[in-house]
Design a protein around this ligand. Structure first.
Ligand SMILES: N[C@@H](CCC(=O)N[C@@H](CS)C(=O)NCC(=O)O)C(=O)O
Length: 202
């Protein structure tokens, strides 16, 4: 059975859990949080030399990096497909994920460190506000992309998967999707209603 190394509050792990749930792929979840034996195990280190989650072992395939894992899963388990058929749309999704990782996912990660992992006296309020503004700019762009669409690239795809688990962390970071971004707000409601999204939080 496929093994997934993860931890519960990891947005990147959630990305892979969503795809596993969408495709109904059985898997063994190995929660490595605080488990030194798991983090130092040769199989985890082979799957993830950087010691980051998510990582998977699927027969003889050892992999890390959420989007790479999800593209692999989508090819190996094609039903339902989470990438468009034509190569130019696939390439557009790859470019989108690379961009949104830099513009938004990274900033949300930095907010997690600043707001949740640092002791209060060490937290920099100006830095937090700067990152919140940058995240809101990313949301504005998503809102524009979603005009007239249910999902970012038409059908639900790996593009939606790459960003939504991270957006769900925003309320505990002192921000969220501004109400004026109606397309993004409605899209996120649709995502939250999907069983795969709900299961990925467990
Ligand atoms: N670019 C990687 C990021 C992976 C990553 O940063 N994972 C975090 C959890 S969300 C992690 O393993 N942090 C533990 C650490 O850095 O030691 C991906 O998309 O999978």
């Amino acid at each position: 059975m496929l093994k997934l190394f993860c931890f519960q509050r990891s947005g990147n792990s959630r990305e892979v859990k969503i795809v596993l749930a969408e495709k109904n792929i059985p898997f063994e979840s190995i929660n490595i949080h605080g488990d030194k034996r798991a983090t130092e195990s040769p199989e985890f280190l082979k799957a993830s030399p950087q010691k980051k989650v998510p990582a998977i072992i699927d027969s003889d395939v050892y992999m890390s990096e959420a989007f790479l894992i999800n593209q692999y899963l989508d090819q190996k388990y094609p039903h339902p497909s989470l990438m468009p058929k034509d190569e130019s749309s696939r390439e557009a999704i790859r470019r989108f994920v690379a961009e949104i990782d830099k513009k938004m996912v990274l900033n949300i990660g930095l907010l997690v460190i600043e707001c949740l992992l640092k002791p209060k006296p060490e937290q920099r309020e100006d830095f937090k506000e700067k990152k919140r503004v940058e995240v809101r700019e990313g949301l504005r762009e998503l809102d524009r992309m979603l005009e007239g669409k249910e999902y970012l690239f038409g059908d639900f795809s790996l593009a939606d998967v790459a960003v939504t688990p991270h957006i769900s962390a925003l309320p505990i970071l002192g921000t969220g999707i501004p109400a004026e971004f109606k397309n993004a707000t409605n899209w996120f409601e649709r995502i939250k209603a999907r069983p795969s999204f709900q299961q990925s939080a467990q």
